[in-house]
Design a protein around this ligand. Structure first.
Ligand SMILES: [Fe+2]
Length: 287
């Protein structure tokens, strides 16, 4: 792609439009705008939309903005559902680290710090769950003191920040510090799978065009340790009927967990393997 468009019919954009675009300031921002508009011209040339259809697009984007607030990020949902978030995720350098997944729209950076063994469940019923795990490097060395953020949905498949009338603040969220052996453990309740919300403009669009919104049950983890690349991942319930049709294409073989029945509930064991942070970070500033 060279910024000159890739339309099959060569009709995208009038000469004046294309001239103005090539005259914009050089840099990544201008390149991105040119590429996006060239693809938009392709759409216009191919589908010949009406002014009403353009108005509907503008209204959709307006609705996405109105649906976004401090508790809900419809824009993140839009990027996730259409694969943009996944497309720009950093990949492990050698494929041996735990695969990364999208943080999703329900992540909060302010999960409360909790002692090892604490219960994430601040209210609500569910099958008791015990999670134990370890954080290691690629060679299996324990990463003592690693910080492990955890968040997941409740037994109805709802996160607390989409369900504020029924769940306490920070329900099913916590932040743990791994011990000297890189190990951590906590209690909670077994999460249920869920469908991505279809009460907003993104979900309604997905329904209209037939995209799956189902997500198999999972627990999110975000792990940081000095000298290692931050890992954001999820461990999925392999027994969930939606395990093969995740709306976000996040399920990978190394991320399927076994929720093992125990006397008082279920137990899950996880190993989170971090890659060294030796890859220069791309400058994401607007250029
Ligand atoms: Fe999730």
């Amino acid at each position: 792609m060279d910024g000159q468009g890739s339309g099959s019919n060569g009709q995208e954009g009038s000469p004046e439009q294309r001239l103005r675009l090539t005259a914009t300031a050089p840099g990544r921002l201008g390149d991105a705008v040119r590429l996006i508009l060239n693809h938009a011209y392709d759409v216009v040339a191919t589908l010949n939309p009406s002014t009403e259809e353009l108005d509907a697009l503008v209204q959709f984007l307006t609705d996405v903005g109105y649906a976004t607030d401090a508790r809900r990020q419809e824009w993140v949902l839009l990027a996730d559902v259409f694969g943009l978030t996944d497309a720009v995720m950093p990949r492990a350098s050698d494929g041996q680290g735990t695969p990364a997944t999208l943080p999703g729209p329900f992540y909060r950076p302010d999960a409360p710090a909790l002692p090892l063994g604490a219960n994430l469940c601040r209210g609500g019923d569910g099958v008791p769950l015990v999670v134990s795990g370890s954080v290691t490097d690629l060679g299996g060395k324990p990463l003592a003191g690693a910080e492990v953020e955890v968040w997941h949905a409740n037994a109805d498949g709802r996160y607390e920040n989409q369900d504020p009338d029924n769940q306490p603040e920070h329900n099913l969220r916590g932040r743990f510090t791994a011990d000297a052996d890189g190990r951590f453990h906590f209690r909670s309740i077994r999460p249920a799978g869920y469908s991505l919300p279809d009460d907003g403009p993104v979900g309604q669009l997905a329904r209209r065009i037939g995209l799956s919104l189902d997500r198999p049950a999972h627990i999110h983890f975000a792990v940081t340790a000095p000298g290692y690349r931050r890992l954001v991942t999820s461990i999925f319930d392999g027994s969930d009927p939606a395990i093969d049709r995740d709306a976000l294409f996040a399920v990978k073989p190394g991320l399927i967990g076994t929720f093992r029945p125990e006397r008082a509930g279920v137990a899950l064991s996880v190993v989170l393997v971090l890659d060294r942070d030796d890859i220069s970070q791309r400058n994401l500033q607007e250029g």
